[in-house]
Design a protein around this ligand. Structure first.
Ligand code: IDP
Ligand code: MG
Length: 157
């Protein structure tokens, strides 16, 4: 089981799309193991987007992400990093495929609804920025046996 970080960006909260977006991950069969609303600080923005701090869009990205509340989700499941990234879609809404979150709900470059960790290493690093150890919960949903088989789990190892 791997874990990934999803951030619901301020536009998702402002547009009343939190429930819709969270539902998609639940319906896919992934497990929400951490969830919190917070203000992202400038320091968190610099840590989280460390590869982008020198890019021209960083000041507006930082302003966008820190000026309104966000929701952070820790999501668990076999292949969750790759699955969530696919469900998120291409970075810019106007380019993102229909059926993805960004493709279905947005058209913008900046207001692109969610963040989804790019790979397992990024997920591990980013989860630590937003969650303390005791804010991520280990539990075994009873439906999990209907969502993944032992074969799926073995193959993912
Ligand atoms: P990703 O979120 O799909 O991984 P990245 O290239 O890692 O995309 O960029 C991080 C975030 O920075 C994007 O989600 C978007 O909010 C913002 N961003 C990236 N490129 C631009 C741009 O050219 N203009 C404005 N914002 C951008
Ligand atoms: Mg990225």
């Amino acid at each position: 089981m791997d874990r990934t970080l999803i951030l619901l960006k301020p536009d998702t909260l402002e547009r009343g799309l939190m429930g819709d977006v969270i539902s998609r991950f639940e319906r896919k069969g992934l497990t929400i193991v951490g969830l919190k609303m917070m203000n992202m600080t400038e320091e968190m923005a610099r840590q989280h987007y460390h590869e982008h701090v020198d890019r021209p869009f960083f000041p507006s990205l930082k302003e966008f992400m820190t000026s309104h509340p966000i929701v952070a989700l820790a999501i668990e499941g076999v292949g969750s990093v790759e699955i969530c990234r696919k469900m998120t879609g291409a970075t810019f809404g106007m380019k993102a495929e229909p059926g993805t979150i960004r493709g279905d709900y947005g058209i913008s470059t900046g207001c692109n609804l969610i963040h989804s960790s790019e790979n397992k290493e990024a997920a591990a690093r980013e989860l630590q920025i937003f969650f303390q150890e005791n804010e991520v919960f280990s539990y075994e949903p009873a439906v999990r046996k209907w969502v993944v088989t032992q074969e799926d789990i073995d193959k993912a190892k």
